[in-house]
Ligand binder design. Structure first.
Ligand code: URA
Length: 487
C-alpha cells in the first residue's frame, strides 16, 4: 500500500493494555512513517487482539524525534487520561516539523505534556510514600500485602523501586489496575484486584501508628501543607490516619512538650523528597542558580541538586550546618544512613564519636560549621539495610560545586579534612591521610587545610586498647585544631 492512499484511511490501533507503551510506540512509528495523520487514527485498549492490519514502515525509513521525547512520552503514557494515546501521537506528528516544540513552554501541547508528566511523577512519589504492607502468614509462608489506589497507571513504573527497598521481603501490591508481586527473586506484574483481596489488620498496624505518632511534629504543623503531602484520599488505607485528627487537635499542647525534647525526629525512609523518574531536563528550582547570597539560600538550592546520580536513591540532600561566619569548617565524607533520614550531617554513630571528642578537646560544635564532601547518601541496599558505599572521584568532583560555595560564603580561616574523601575534595588530589594527619596544607587560595582521619575509623576498630589509642590520637588532632582556631 502506498502512503498516498493511506491518507484517507482510518486506523484503529488496539493496544494490549493501558501501559502498553511498546505497542503504542511501534504503531506510532509505523503510522507516522506512512504519513497517517493524527485525526485518521483511533486508539483503544483491547488485550490480546493480535493486530495485523497496521501498515508496515517503508523499508529503510527512519523516524527522527528529539532524544528526550520518548522518555517523556513514556512517563506521560502512565497518565489516566484516556486521550493520551492520540495526544502523544499528535505531539510526535508535530515534532517532525517542529523539532524544538518541547522547548516552547507556551505551546498548548508542550504544556499538556508537562502537566501529565508532573501528575504521574507525583503519583509515583505518593505511592512510594503511602503504600502500607500488612503481614499475612508466618514462617515460610510470611508475606506482605498492600492495597493502594493510584490515580494513574504507575504500578509497573514503580515496581523496581519497591523491589530495591524491600528486597528481603516477599510482597504483593494490589491496585485496581495492576498488581506487582515479588517472591524474593522474581517480579511479576499481574492484573488488578479488588480492595477486599487485601488484608486490613495485623500487628504492623500498631507499629505504623506508633511510628507516625513519633514522627509527627506538632511544632511544624501546617494542616494545609500536610493535607497536600498526605491527601485525604490516601488516609483510608493508612493505619496511622486515624490518629491525624487527634494529633492536629492536640498540636498546640504537644508542640510545647516537643520543643523541650528537641532535636526533631527523622523523616521516614519512604518519604523520599525526590522521585526517581524526574527527567534530567527538569532541574529542580534554583539548582543552577549561582546567585545564592547566603548559606540558607544555598541550602535551599541544594535540595534539588542533580549534579550526580546519587540524588536518585538518597532520601534528601544533607547540607552543611553551623554558623555562617564560622572560623572553621569540618568536612566529612558523605551522610550516612541516619544523616540521610534526619537531613543533618554527623548525627549518627560517627557523629556521636565526633561530638564527644570535640567536646573533650574544648571545641564547641555550635560554633563550627560541619559539612560533607558529598551531600547525598550513597549506599548498597542489602535486604532491609542500606550499606554505606564510598563515593567515587566523579561524585566528589560533582559536589565540589557546593563545597566551593559554602567556603566562599563562610570564608573560614581553617578547613579540617576528616578522612581521604574530604582531603580529595578540598585539595583536588589523593592524600595519604594516615601519613599526613596532623599536618596543615595551604591551598593556592590561602585556605589552610588540616588533615586528619574520619571519626568512623575509630568506630571500626574492635580491639579496645587500639580503639582507645586511636581516640586519643584524634583528640590530640582536635586539640591542635582548637589551637589553630585561636591562633
Ligand atoms: N560520615 C560522614 O562523613 N558524614 C556524616 O555526616 C556522617 C558520617
Amino acid at each position: 500500500m502506498q502512503p498516498a492512499q493511506l491518507d484517507l484511511a482510518r486506523y484503529s490501533v488496539r493496544l494490549d493494555s493501558e501501559t502498553d507503551f511498546t505497542g503504542w510506540r511501534d504503531a506510532a512509528r509505523r503510522l507516522a512513517l506512512n504519513e497517517v495523520r493524527p485525526e485518521d487514527i483511533s486508539w483503544h485498549v483491547a488485550p490480546n487482539s493480535n493486530q495485523t492490519d497496521l501498515p508496515v514502515a517503508p523499508a529503510g525509513a527512519q523516524l527522527v524525534v528529539p532524544r528526550d521525547f520518548i522518555e517523556r512520552a513514556e512517563t506521560a503514557f502512565c497518565h489516566a487520561d484516556p486521550g493520551r494515546f492520540g495526544f502523544l501521537y499528535r505531539l510526535l506528528w508535530r515534532l517532525r516539523a517542529e523539532p524544538k516544540l518541547l522547548a516552547i513552554a507556551s505551546d498548548v501541547d508542550t504544556r499538556r505534556l508537562e502537566i501529565m508528566e508532573k501528575a504521574v511523577r507525583r503519583d509515583i512519589h505518593k505511592m512510594r510514600a503511602f503504600v502500607r504492607f500488612r503481614k499475612i502468614g508466618d514462617g515460610d509462608g510470611e508475606r506482605y500485602v498492600a492495597w493502594f489506589e493510584p490515580e494513574h497507571f504507575v504500578v509497573e513504573r514503580n515496581a523496581a523501586f519497591f523491589v530495591r527497598r524491600f528486597t528481603g521481603m516477599r510482597w504483593t501490591i494490589l491496585t485496581p489496575h495492576a498488581s506487582a508481586d515479588w517472591d524474593g527473586e522474581r517480579l511479576a506484574i499481574g492484573p488488578g484486584a479488588a480492595k477486599g483481596d487485601a488484608p486490613t489488620q495485623d500487628d504492623i498496624e500498631a507499629l505504623w501508628r506508633t511510628y507516625f505518632e513519633n514522627i509527627f511534629n506538632p511544632a511544624r504543623l501546617k494542616v494545609k501543607a500536610m493535607q497536600k503531602e498526605m491527601p485525604k484520599k490516601y488516609w483510608r488505607n493508612l493505619p496511622e490516619a486515624s490518629l491525624i485528627p487527634e494529633l492536629i487537635a492536640g498540636a498546640d499542647k504537644a508542640a510545647k512538650a516537643m520543643i523541650a525534647r528537641m532535636p526533631t525526629p527523622p523523616a521516614p525512609h519512604h518519604a523520599k523528597v525526590q522521585a526517581r523518574h524526574w527527567p534530567k531536563h527538569e532541574p529542580a528550582k534554583g539548582v543552577e542558580d549561582d546567585a545564592a547570597g547566603s548559606i540558607s539560600e544555598l541550602r535551599e538550592a541544594a535540595k534539588g541538586c542533580r549534579r550526580c546520580p546519587l540524588w536518585r536513591d538518597a532520601t534528601q540532600t544533607v547540607f552543611g550546618e553551623g554558623p555562617d561566619d564560622a572560623r572553621v569548617i569540618f568536612v566529612g565524607e558523605q551522610p550516612g544512613d541516619q544523616e540521610d533520614i534526619a537531613g543533618k550531617p554527623f548525627v549518627g554513630p560517627a557523629g556521636k564519636v565526633f561530638d564527644a571528642i570535640l567536646d573533650d578537646a574544648g571545641v564547641d560544635r555550635q560554633k563550627v560549621y560541619v559539612t560533607n564532601a558529598v551531600k547525598h547518601f550513597k549506599f548498597e541496599p542489602r535486604g532491609k539495610r542500606r550499606i554505606h558505599s564510598k563515593p567515587n572521584a566523579g561524585e566528589v568532583q560533582a559536589c565540589r560545586w557546593w563545597i566551593d560555595r559554602e567556603f566562599a560564603l563562610i570564608k573560614p580561616e581553617l578547613a579540617v579534612a576528616l578522612g581521604a574523601t574530604a582531603a580529595l575534595s578540598l585539595l583536588g588530589k589523593a592524600i595519604p591521610v594516615t601519613k599526613m594527619r596532623g599536618q596543615v596544607i595551604e591551598r593556592e587560595d590561602g585556605l589552610r587545610v588540616f588533615i586528619t582521619i574520619h571519626p568512623s575509623f575509630i568506630l571500626r576498630i574492635h580491639e579496645p586498647a587500639d580503639k582507645e589509642a586511636e581516640r586519643e590520637r584524634f583528640l590530640h588532632d582536635m586539640k591542635q585544631v582548637k589551637w589553630l582556631m585561636a591562633a
